[in-house]
Ligand binder design. Structure first.
Ligand SMILES: [Zn+2]
Length: 96
């Protein structure tokens, strides 16, 4: 009985040590994850910087990657970010 208690106590100490090591590893790895997260954020910003075209008539509700899409006579170019900010949606033909 006493022996079993001794073993249980030993196991608990081992678990506590393992948890402490795990916490330490997490703290050490966290900044690396944050750095890679910032990297992917930059990539997303580049995507929204791409030029898109909307119909100059103002009647369209879609933005296009191809100014010749949907037989548009005149187009206005802007960044994808601007188009989305103004409520335009991606054209189904240009963005599948
Ligand atoms: Zn289109």
């Amino acid at each position: 009985m006493r022996e079993a208690d001794r073993i249980t106590g030993y196991m608990k100490r081992m678990t506590a040590t393992a948890m402490a090591v795990l916490m330490l590893l997490t703290i050490m790895v966290m900044p690396l994850q944050a750095a890679s997260g910032a990297g992917s954020k930059n990539t997303a910003a580049q995507v929204t910087q791409e030029t898109v075209y909307i119909a100059a008539s103002g009647n369209g509700s879609k933005y296009h990657s191809d100014p010749k899409c949907s037989r548009m006579k005149k187009t206005v170019s802007m960044t994808r970010e601007e188009a989305e900010a103004e409520g335009y949606e991606p054209c189904k033909k240009c963005y599948r």
